[in-house]
Ligand binder design. Structure first.
Ligand SMILES: [Fe+2]
Ligand SMILES: [Fe+2]
Length: 381
């Protein structure tokens, strides 16, 4: 009698091989994705391809595991190795797909002195071109610096300028949400003051970059803002509260911490004054977020309290801003580390330590604001 089905052992390894082929292809897709400019239109299709390939890897891995186990049960010979390989590939696809997508969304790294701007969950900032319409403010004395250090400082301040610029539409969105929630006039006024301060921060950062680099930059248009949504599905009070906790109370307070510490080590007068201004005003932006949080709790503690409790549990997973963006890293490695510090740039180890302190302080302060029962749970978690 002739069997019409292929041997089970060959079949399970066949699926393992297919899943294995996907791994380097998807790694290539991911590497292309994380090297794209922040506003590239190719990002979304690549992200869809990356997730689809990861899902296929999971699917083929599961099939390999199933056929391997079936073979082992039927023949009591072989199949287990293929089943284990399939299971590992399936788990690798799921874990790699999830963390790869998250990492790509935050691939640009590098801290900034402002509120993050997100469209459909992806953090954005404008690309740059030659131009001087966003350059305003004192320029540093860079005469004594070597060319490599000047290039690094230019790149770092340009990155900050991009982030500061992105904070302006970020605050515009918050104003929109506050109005939708019926917030009081003081909160809307504070929100708009913060947006104006972020405009000035961007101008000051562009001026510092021009001083170090000897050339002016300005921003490219951001058409993504026209197609993006507010991302405000669900309860707007809960959204305002949870976003304020992470992007404002935690991040902008951290921005203020770092800017103040950078100012304290900075010996260049124009750069130090800029850092002092940024530190002072970022602290005010953090206080604005605490005020939004208190208002949402006063308004609807029964809904906002549990949402904040959940957000507090997730706070440790918030991506830590890094001292240097991925793009600026090669330039910073060639620069003089002591000179960078004198010009207000601290190493990432200081950022990491300051982040841990700010995270703990934010958790503690937020837990005190929560209703008694949820606050106690949040503080204990
Ligand atoms: Fe800010
Ligand atoms: Fe700022």
């Amino acid at each position: 009698m002739i069997s019409t089905s292929p041997p089970a052992k060959r079949s399970s390894w066949f699926w393992v091989r297919i899943a294995l082929v996907i791994v380097p292809i998807n790694l290539g897709v991911w590497l292309v994705m994380i090297t794209l400019p922040a506003s590239s239109p190719a990002f979304d299709p690549l992200m869809v391809s990356f997730i689809a390939l990861a899902a296929l890897q999971v699917g083929f891995g599961v099939i390999a595991a199933y056929t391997g186990i079936r073979q082992a049960v039927r023949t009591r010979d072989g199949g287990i190795a293929a089943a284990v390989s399939g299971l590992l590939l399936a788990c690798g696809g799921a874990v790699g797909g999830f963390f790869g997508a998250i990492a790509a969304l935050f691939a640009f790294g590098g801290g900034g002195w402002g509120r993050p701007l997100r469209v459909r969950g992806r953090q954005l900032h404008p690309e740059l071109r030659a131009g001087s319409d966003w350059t305003a403010g004192p320029r540093p004395d860079a005469e004594a610096l070597d060319p490599a250090t000047r290039r690094a400082l230019e790149a770092l301040w340009l990155h900050d300028a991009q982030k500061e610029h992105a904070s302006v539409p970020a605050f515009a969105r918050i104003s929109w949400l506050l109005a939708a929630a019926g917030a009081p006039a003081e909160l809307l006024a504070w929100c708009h003051r913060a947006a104006l301060e972020e405009i000035e921060h961007a101008q000051v950062c562009f001026a510092l970059a021009a001083g170090y680099g000897g050339r002016c930059h300005t921003v490219e248009p951001m058409p993504e803002l026209l197609i993006g949504e507010l991302g405000a599905d669900g309860d707007v009070l809960c959204l305002l509260a949870t976003e304020s906790l992470a992007d404002g109370c935690l991040l902008e307070d951290f921005n203020a911490d770092i800017a103040a510490e950078c100012a304290a080590t900075c010996t260049e007068p124009a750069t130090r004054r800029a850092l002092e201004q940024i530190a002072r005003e970022e602290r005010s932006h953090a206080e604005f977020s605490w005020a939004v949080l208190r208002w949402t709790l006063d308004h609807a503690a029964d809904r906002v309290g549990p949402a904040l409790e959940r957000a507090l549990r997730r706070l440790d997973a918030y991506p830590r801003p890094t001292a240097v963006s991925r793009r600026a890293r090669p330039l910073v490695q060639e620069a003089d580390a002591d000179r960078l510090r004198q010009h207000g740039r601290l190493p990432d180890a200081r950022w990491r330590a300051a982040w841990a302190q700010r995270l703990a302080a934010t958790r503690e302060r937020a837990a005190l604001l929560l209703p008694a029962t949820t606050g106690a749970r949040a503080a204990a978690s």
